[in-house]
Design a protein around this ligand. Structure first.
Ligand code: C5J
Length: 228
């Protein structure tokens, strides 16, 4: 497969799409839906919901093109043995990780709120990385999976831009992966953090990665299909 030149900031990125994976970060009900953890903390979850449709389109395009698709979820074991006290003890007790919420215990694996939103439900063959931290590489087998498949470039989307997307992109960058972040398929409860978060990634000649859009990447996938 030939390389595709994908328009991006700070400059176009040459991608071997056969060695690219789509990584969808934490599109979980607890973060996105009314009544979840994010909403309980007082956030406007509609800001995050705006990323669902771009993610859905990107997911459909990646599946059609045969790309490796990886989903991540932030959450913990029911006994909280993998949750640092410093993380659990943050905030009001009734809104902490493990506390009962409208969609089950907040950010606990197996609870309804921990699940990925139905529009982006993983297929059985798509790996789901359950991560205890913000970064998708921390204490997971993501790096092993990517290396086993010869992946070089990550197409990254999901929430939140400045927390789990950013942390994952930084981790990936240090491990030698090129990261192309899809601006419209990421979101934050804080629009200004989203904007600045994206600018930080592409700053200084692409210090952590590149920033593009769903449509741009979908067009590159379609062009590759036609050329094949
Ligand atoms: C947060 C995330 N914001 N997925 N998680 O705690 O960004």
């Amino acid at each position: 497969m030939s390389r595709s030149e994908i328009a991006a900031k700070p400059f176009p990125l040459s991608v071997d799409l056969a060695r690219a994976a789509l990584v969808i970060i934490d599109m979980q009900r607890d973060f996105l839906e009314p009544g979840g953890f994010g909403a309980a903390l007082g956030n406007d979850v509609s800001l995050l919901m705006a990323a669902v449709e771009p993610c859905r389109r990107m997911l459909a395009g990646a599946r059609a093109a045969g790309l490796l698709v990886i989903h991540t979820r932030e959450g913990h074991r029911p006994d909280l043995s993998d949750a640092p006290r410093a993380k659990v003890e943050r905030g009001a007790p009734e809104k902490r990780i493990g506390a009962p919420g409208p969609m089950g215990r907040i950010l606990i694996r197996g609870e309804a709120g921990h699940d990925i939103v139905p529009a982006l439900a993983p297929l059985p063959e798509e790996p789901v990385i359950d991560k205890p931290g913000k970064g998708a590489f921390y204490q997971t087998d993501l790096d092993l999976m990517l290396r086993n498949r010869g992946i070089e470039t990550l197409l990254v989307c999901g929430v939140t831009t400045e927390v789990c997307v950013h942390t994952t992109v930084r981790e990936a960058n240090d491990r030698g992966y090129r990261c192309l972040v899809l601006a419209d398929a990421c979101a934050s409860y804080f629009p200004e953090f989203h904007e600045v978060g994206l600018r930080m990634i592409a700053a200084q000649g692409g210090i952590f990665g590149w920033v593009s859009t769903t449509d741009t990447v979908l067009a590159a996938l379609a062009a590759q299909d036609q050329a094949a």
